[in-house]
Design a binder for this molecule. Structure first.
Ligand code: NDP
Length: 335
């Protein structure tokens, strides 16, 4: 069985690819350049079940044509993860919204044209951002929630642009399926994670600046002693390995078909992270912000009991995630 994974260089994608290879799938990854493919080939120890195709820019609606055409009978599953993950851009529409939406529309049209019957499952990595109403920050979020933003509002700032990009891209996938019933054979599952944290798949990638979500938590983990640490709920978290597992489960678990899965364990404050660092890394005391053992608030606005029941595995908790990330970062800093 072969799986096409778009955005194969990504933080989450590397964990997904690793899991797929361990479960004996053949994987075709899309990357933006030959150099990026060469790095991944080496990282995955030249695994013969892992090959790459170059897709330079998903904003181009025909970007995936050559990939789907060349592997038309081979690809059984698609995990579409490539999307801009940034809150800064010169032009929010051109740099964030259009690539996200065109990437999704483009790959779906390519499948319709070249592999309408061989692709059986399409899994898209959406986001809690596709569900959140930025103007109502206390609203409860469930598997039914939709971000109400308009295309125009999504161009007001970076957070609105990223959130809008995830909403419009996910909507494009559901709409496509509705409009192409009977023409394409595949089923759809969307994975909507909250903040994804946890170790990088490969230690060498834990050096320097990390991907957007991990960089947020890393700043709190290693905040200097005198820092003002935010004690309010910052958001909700989930471990990258749990997110990867949900993608792979979605390929073969029919109960997940047609579902939007919210990947979230619990809410967190930055002070929770600082407290874990102080407890588990006593050697850093005096070098990082101090613990504060007063009671911290809990958010609880993400209600994903349905997803948890469907997936049936326990998500990792914040302590395990922070410790695994810190161990990896400290290890590579010593090298
Ligand atoms: P990364 O930034 O690590 O990965 C993004 C991937 O998309 C990279 O492979 C990147 O390629 C590719 N990409 C971005 N823009 C383009 C483009 N215009 N053309 C071609 N490829 C492009 O992010 P994550 O692993 O964190 O995110 C993966 C997916 O998960 C995204 O869809 C994201 O929205 C979603 N997600 C992430 C969350 C998180 O907390 N990390 C939370 C919720 C959802 P390159 O490496 O070459 O830049």
């Amino acid at each position: 069985m072969s799986v096409l994974v778009t955005g194969a260089t990504g933080y989450i994608a590397l964990h997904v690819i690793d899991l797929l290879l361990k479960e004996n799938y053949r994987v075709i990854g899309t990357v933006r350049s030959k150099e990026k493919a060469a790095k991944l080939e080496k990282q995955f120890n030249y695994n013969k079940d892992l090959t790459f195709e170059i897709v330079e820019d998903i904003a181009n609606l025909s970007a995936f044509d050559h990939v789907i055409k060349n592997h038309a009978n081979e690809i059984n599953y698609v995990i579409h993860m490539a999307s801009p993950v940034t809150f800064t851009a010169d032009d929010f529409e051109k740099d964030i919204l259009i690539p996200a939406v065109n990437g999704t529309k483009g790959i779906l049209e390519s499948i319709k044209q070249y592999a309408p019957k061989s692709v059986k499952k399409f899994v898209i990595t959406s986001s809690i951002a596709a569900m959140m109403d930025l103007t109502n920050p206390t609203a409860i979020l469930t598997e039914q929630s939709w971000n109400p933003t308009t295309w125009e509002q999504a161009q007001e700032n970076g957070i609105a642009a990223y959130s809008g990009s995830k909403k419009f891209a996910e909507k494009a996938a559901w709409n496509f399926l509705e409009e192409n019933k009977g023409i394409v054979d595949f089923k759809l599952t969307t994975i909507n994670p909250v903040f994804v944290f946890g170790p990088q798949k490969f230690d060498e990638d834990a050096k320097g600046k990390l991907n957007s979500s991990c960089e947020i938590i890393k700043e709190a983990m290693f905040a200097p002693t005198e820092s003002e640490i935010d004690k309010s709920v910052f958001g909700s978290y989930v471990d990258v390995r749990d997110v990867a597992r949900a993608h792979v489960c979605s390929l073969h678990n029919d109960e997940l078909t047609g579902k939007r899965l919210i990947l979230s364990n619990a809410s967190f404050t930055k002070q929770n992270i600082v407290n874990i660092m102080n407890k588990r890394f006593p050697q850093l005391k005096g070098k990082i912000a101090p613990a504060d053992n007063s009671e911290l608030p809990q958010g609880g606005r993400v209600h994903n009991e349905k997803t948890k029941a469907l997936l049936g595995y326990i998500f990792k908790d914040l302590e395990e995630i922070v410790v695994d990330m810190a161990d990896q970062i400290l290890k590579v800093q010593e090298q």
